[in-house]
Design a protein around this ligand. Sequence first.
Ligand SMILES: [Mg+2]
Length: 398
Amino acid sequence: MQRTILHLDMNSYFATAEQQVNPYLQGKPVGIIKAEGRGCVIAASIEAKKFGVKTGTTVWEAKKLCPQIVLVPSDMDKYFALTQRMIKILADYSPTLEVFSIDECFVDVTDSQKLWAGGVWQMAIEMKLKIREELGEWMKCSIGISFTKLLAKLASEMKKPDGLTFLTPESYLEETKNVAVSEICGIGYARTAYLHSRGAYTLEQARLLKLPIEIEDLVWLRINDELTTVGGLDPAKSVSRTYATYETLNSKFEILKLTRNLVEEACMKLREMGMCGRTFCLSLDGLPAGRQDFWARVTIKTPTDDPLVIYDLLNKEYEKRPTTGVRQAGVWISSLMFNVQGSMFNKRPNLLRAVDKVNEKWGLFTMYPGVLLGSELIRPEVTGFLGDKWYRFRESRL
Ligand SMILES: [Mg+2]
């Protein structure tokens, strides 16, 4: 049976949320920055985007592009509280929903749309109104509707802000032909570079090529995943950290150092959440694009939050098939559970907690393992507390 999937994406979420609570910021270019660490804009308001400021723009560049930009430190608790209200609204429309990231949600409305006289259109318009009513007048979202998740997500991205787009089985191939290949969830940095190298920038151009099947499926938008979560918000499914490097990493030493750095940071988050994990993934992407990326997954019996244990496991996997020429690395920890152990006789957990306390008080990476000495410490952007999108897609295709 053909399904009807709705994808809702809040527009310029963090920035709009700040504008909502502070009228002074309304209508002004706003850039959200992390309170500490390296100076990058993590979210830009609709007004700031018009100047070319976007996620990842350095503060320095942002000020050059738009001297009047107002920089506001991020307040994740505030955004998270808003997200919970958004989910509550959406849950009224269908019990089958998947929280995809902090500002995005899929809703399967195949059955429930019949309860609205105007069907899914009326539903979507009502959702938009409710969001503004309950989250605030300034809060806008784009909604995409289609028959698969991939298409619904794409539809929501086709018109921003405040869009409403429907891709039907008859229209979707035609309507998506000018979409840039890099826009597709699942076509990341490496695959985009590969398609560009073959002269394909749009989906239409890519569809003319003979491609590896997993890329061809994405280009023809043939991925039809089930919604993976039913119900409300579950922030504790996985912790992931990814980092794209400025330069290609060609030495094993550098690659492992970056891996260790990501593991350390992910584990700190894990300990902060009071959780530990059993499944660990390492992913390394590089150039030339299109070649076999490194991807390893290890599951152990006893859950841990110890970076050394996790790093050793991933390191062993890496040593089996060492790869170089890395541009992006990702570490992912899942099969999470609450950490209830805590041994009086094992000194290591106490040590880790003591280090956490120092870092909490004096800032991230005030104290860190000696192996990371001498290298620039990376504080990856927090993309992961709802599970990283990129991994989610990848994982579901294994
Ligand atoms: Mg968004």
